[in-house]
Write a new protein. Sequence first.
Length: 309
Amino acid sequence: MTRTCSILGAPVETGASQPGCLMGPASLRTAGLARTIRSLGWEVEDLGDVHVAPQPPVPHANPSVHNLSDTIAWIEALEPAAYAAAKAYDLPIFMGGDHSMAAGTVPGLARYAAEQGRPLFVLWLDAHPDLHTLDSTESGNLHGTPMAYYTGQAGFDAYPNLAASVPVENLCLMGIRSVDEAERNIISALGIEVHDMRAIDETGVLAPLRGFLDRVAAANGLLHVSFDVDFLDPAIAPAVGTTVPGGATFREAHLIMETLCDSGLVSSLDLVELNPFLDERGRTAKLMCDLTASLFGRRVLDRMTRSFG
């Protein structure tokens, strides 16, 4: 039976420090995301883009916070859109846009999972944990807050109430290499599973990934993958406004996506922080499409054993 996939754009850039992420969905479409997935035997429906109207400013006690009203509007628009996509398709893709969009997509997916009586797990592929609250953020860039919000941490009275949250024990963060003190304190206090780049250098990506996937399978969970471009090393993926040296290599990233494909556990995907304004002839958009293809069944290497003689 043909499996179904949807792609939905979330051209949000108000959570980021640099403009340009609103062009991310168009860039992924131009790079051939839907066409690539169809070539792998999937049925793909392009649902277009979610849009929100300009919002009047909303003040916050933390003077650093900006674009709060816009972020709230995006959450209110994306939560029901993600919920509906999860109900209708085997594997919906949400194309960003900056990572603040996960404050809408993940709660929508968590609501759907709760209705199915299944836990939602999140694999967070990112240079940053995005565990700031509205009170702790010093930059005021709200793409640094979604994980703290959707796990139900305090300090989000201004954001919409959550219909369902994600327990912190259902998280796995990989590729982390830029953590603020407030985020470090939350990670330590809550015991969140984090595999930073040093850990990956020491163990490789497979051991921690397989351990996490085993937990998802044992719990009969749904698995959401939230893939930030800055998870990748900027040498291969320059189109992001939050570059941090020392990210995942081409081979590590494809291995992760192929392993996720092999597991059969992934139920939804975010592709975020692609800023085409910072790209080089579309190379990052093309790479994100190729990595998505690995998740959907394409293999990077010919694994057949050749015989000689």
